[in-house]
Design a protein around this ligand. Structure first.
Ligand code: AMP
Length: 283
């Protein structure tokens, strides 16, 4: 694996590869890698000649500075895992390489409805920060395919909107990979490293809520299921941002079940300062 810290070096290398008519898959991450991230690398390796990954904890997407400071960093292990997985290139840039004019947020993308709800509502300007870094990274890597995890379902939707805004929809294919879970159901997440043993055990409640909603779909109303999941989370010690059941195509909250509608349940909840998100398609 070749490691680049300087964007101009990577750009030069990518441009040289491009002349050989190869395809490039790109997996952007914030590090503290786990098997979920590696599944994206595997998916990219299967379809592309070259897989490029990046590790960059993006200050512009953290609305809470203490969350940014506490974000886990395990760079040596990350490099090992990427190498093992057969990733070809890692970009590990400094903040001033990504943001030469500073990382303060510029409200520049009209992301529409998905920015106003759920994560967008609870994490002010988060998606502007995500789009800033993804836009910049795409300009550098110029991939044929961009690999994202369903774990961040709303983010996938926002990035699809970004593709239209930056006129990349027909140039870059977005590939959404399924959420990898621990054996007890907890979605793999870098933030799980911050959970102590008790919190870790309680965190499976999020999965149990989603699974309960999926199992009860059509049998009880969405409102009843949201209320039940909310109580289960509070009982386990969570502070709940949202439990939502929505149309999976547009994330509009649903009041009743309709035939032929693809639905999704989404949860965000915090246990002792560690905020976790997860989702599950219901049909
Ligand atoms: P992050 O490092 O959290 O920014 O995640 C980098 C990419 O990995 C994003 O596209 C995430 O959606 C994806 N990802 C994170 N967790 C998982 C998981 N458990 N399974 C599959 N993909 C994931």
């Amino acid at each position: 694996m070749i490691l680049f810290k300087k964007i101009k070096d990577l750009s030069k290398w990518i441009d040289a590869q491009r002349k050989k008519d190869i395809t490039v898959g790109f997996v952007p991450t914030m590090g503290a890698l786990h098997a979920g991230h590696i599944s994206l690398i595997d998916a990219s390796n299967k379809k592309n000649d070259i897989t490029v990954s990046s590790i960059f904890v993006n200050p512009a997407q953290f609305n809470d500075p203490s969350d940014f400071k506490k974000y886990p960093v395990t760079i040596e292990q990350d490099i090992y895992l990427l190498e093992e997985a057969g990733c070809n290139v890692l970009l590990l840039p400094y903040v001033n390489e990504i943001y030469p004019e500073g990382s303060s947020l510029k409200m520049q993308y009209d992301l529409g409805f998905p920015e106003t709800i759920l994560e967008g509502r609870y994490r002010q300007d988060h998606f502007q920060g995500v789009c800033m870094v993804v836009h910049r990274l795409l300009e550098i890597v110029k991939p044929d395919r961009l690999y994202l995890g369903q774990k961040d379902y709303q983010q996938c939707m926002v990035i699809k909107n970004l593709m239209e805004i930056i006129d990349a929809k027909n140039k870059i294919e977005i590939v959404i990979c399924p959420t990898l879970r621990e054996p007890d159901g907890l979605a793999m997440s870098s933030r799980n490293l911050r959970l102590n043993e008790t919190e870790r055990k309680k965190s499976t409640t999020i999965y149990h809520c989603l699974d309960m909603i999926r199992e009860q779909t059509g049998k009880k109303t969405p409102a009843e299921l949201k209320m039940k999941a909310h109580s289960m989370l509070v009982e386990a010690g969570f502070i709940v941002d949202y439990v939502e059941i929505a149309d999976a195509d547009n994330l509009i909250s649903i009041k009743e079940w309709k035939d032929n509608q693809k639905n999704i349940a989404l949860i965000a909840a915090t246990i002792n300062e560690v905020r976790l998100i997860d989702n599950m398609l219901l049909n």
